[in-house]
Design a protein around this ligand. Structure first.
Ligand SMILES: Cc1cc2nc3c(=O)[nH]c(=O)nc-3n(C[C@H](O)[C@H](O)[C@H](O)COP(=O)(O)OP(=O)(O)OC[C@H]3O[C@@H](n4cnc5c(N)ncnc54)[C@H](O)[C@@H]3O)c2cc1C
Length: 465
């Protein structure tokens, strides 16, 4: 327990160094900064600061080092692995008010943004000038670029366009030591030095605080075509995915929905699945030539027809396209209608092992007397296994099932997380995937950036026994 005098002194120094109205000790204001979307509980910081500049962040670190207080950065607090939880108390450092789009350069196909810019707003601004920023986590209406960088976020379009890291050219960051550094570059190409930018992307707010981001942009594809295909079972759907990719077609989305999800959707989704549907695929192609985009979705339809039950439904207009996507987007809500609680995992396995992994997750659920529903990005093997349950007191059983699912993914040559990060939720499984030596190397890297261990302690790495 920290002496209250320490916090009061730190708050006074921060008020003087930053601005009194952007520093708070008020428990009511701290509370919302104590939880995210991970369902791991409430861990509010003891003190909250809203930064407006890199200089503010530098000052926060100066006070934190002096009083040996942890600093926990946050953006929109939509994270799924507890990255913003102040598990050791300390200063909550919110970047959400750094919300300016500083520059969109059509000539250079780049943009410079602050970390508090909401992703959907950024994408809309970029698209107004004919450019495209592909990373598309489902939370895009709320999550912010700072959080996306920290988690290396992705979404359905990753199969064709890659993840956040593939678009980040350079960063302005503040290290816990107080150094303000510019990493990477402003140009599309460049290989000088170690890829420090690449290391910082996905570091989950444990190495540095990001205060500015330079990303590359693509030309906006002008046409998109969307189709929904229903299958008798998962094996048929997986075979169809393999057939499409082997034929050299690269859709921008290839979303898989298992039978539990299909049946959950059947209750409320705008699209009505047939009663015998055992799996479904949502496929989307894009490009600049309308005929070619349509020809590509027709080619997909031909390739999957043999495995599908019934017709391949190709959206004929924007309303139909929206209906198909709503079916996918509301899966999470529809599953909660089956059982009010769920824990959603984001494992990845080699594509060829998707049916085996879905079956295995189901068996694991059964062994723990729980239902598991799976959907995900079949194109890149990223599966959201949702463990469904009815009461909070079932959580220990749920956690045990999740542990078995994570280990099964690793045993199949996969990884414990494809998008949500490790955070607090999966830190006990990192060594299972990566081994002691690689985790030890990462601890040494952490110490090089943060020698006093004050930035977001307790995340990513398993606790030392
Ligand atoms: C409904 C829903 C759907 C989702 N779908 C997806 C999905 O499809 N794909 C996906 O990848 N994720 C998804 N997520 C998870 C989440 O939205 C992403 O991880 C997102 O990138 C987090 O952004 P945020 O702004 O909310 O970050 P926060 O939750 O505020 O922070 C996340 C992590 O980043 C660190 N951090 C935040 N800002 C900074 C900064 N400026 N500098 C350094 N570190 C920082 C924090 O310390 C924390 O560790 C979903 C979440 C929800 C609730």
């Amino acid at each position: 327990m920290r002496h209250p005098g320490v916090l009061a002194a730190a708050a006074d120094e921060l008020r003087a160094a930053i601005a009194p109205e952007r520093v708070s000790l008020d428990p009511d204001r701290l509370l919302p900064y104590g939880h995210d979307e991970s369902e791991l509980g409430d861990y509010p910081p003891e003190l909250l600061v809203h930064a407006l500049s890199a200089e503010d962040v530098r000052r926060v670190f100066a006070v934190a080092r002096k009083h040996r207080l942890p600093v926990v950065p946050s953006s929109a607090r939509s994270g799924k692995t507890g990255g913003i939880l102040a598990v050791q108390g300390g200063i909550g450092l919110s970047l959400e008010r750094m919300d300016r789009i500083l520059e969109i350069s059509v000539a250079d196909s780049t943009a410079r943004v602050q970390p508090g810019v909401v992703l959907a707003r950024f994408q809309a601004e970029v698209e107004k000038v004919g450019l495209f920023y592909p990373p598309d986590p489902n939370s895009l209406d709320t999550c912010m670029l700072g959080g996306n960088i920290a988690e290396n976020s992705g979404g359905p379009r990753c199969v064709k366009y890659g993840v956040t890291r593939d678009y980040v050219l350079g960063l302005e960051v503040v290290l816990p030591t107080g150094e303000i550094l510019r990493t990477g570059r402003r140009t599309i190409k460049g290989v000088a030095g170690y890829d420090v930018t690449g290391l910082l992307v996905g570091s989950e707010g444990t190495l540095a605080v990001v205060t500015e981001i330079t990303v590359k942009l693509l030309p906006r594809p002008r046409h998109v075509s969307t189709a929904l295909v229903v299958f008798r079972d998962l094996e048929d759907a997986a075979r169809a995915v393999a057939r499409v990719l082997a034929a050299g077609v690269l859709p921008r989305c290839l979303e898989l929905i298992d039978d539990v999800c299909v049946q959950a959707c059947a209750r409320a989704a705008p699209f009505h699945f047939p009663a015998d549907a055992g799996a479904a695929l949502l496929v989307e192609t894009d490009g600049n030539d309308e005929e070619q985009v349509f020809a590509e979705i027709v080619r997909v339809a031909e390739l999957v027809q043999g495995d599908a039950t019934g017709e391949v439904i190709v959206a004929q207009n924007e309303a139909q396209r929206r209906d198909i996507w709503e079916t996918r987007k509301f899966l999470s809500v529809n599953l909660k209608a089956l059982h009010p609680y769920k824990l959603s995992e984001d494992i990845v396995v080699p594509r060829s092992r998707i049916p085996e992994m879905v079956r295995r997750a189901r068996e694991i659920g059964k062994a723990h007397r729980l239902l598991v529903a799976t959907y995900g990005h079949a194109g890149d093997g990223n599966l959201h296994c949702n463990v469904l349950y009815d009461r909070p007191d079932e959580k220990p059983r749920v956690d045990a099932a999740v542990g078995d699912i994570l280990r099964a993914a690793v045993d199949m040559g996969g990884t414990i997380t494809g998008e949500h990060g490790v955070g607090l939720a999966k830190r006990d499984f990192l060594e299972y995937e990566q081994g002691k030596e690689l985790v030890a190397l990462q601890r040494r890297l952490k110490a090089a950036f943060d020698p006093e261990g004050i930035l977001n302690p307790g995340k990513i790495f398993p606790e030392r026994s």
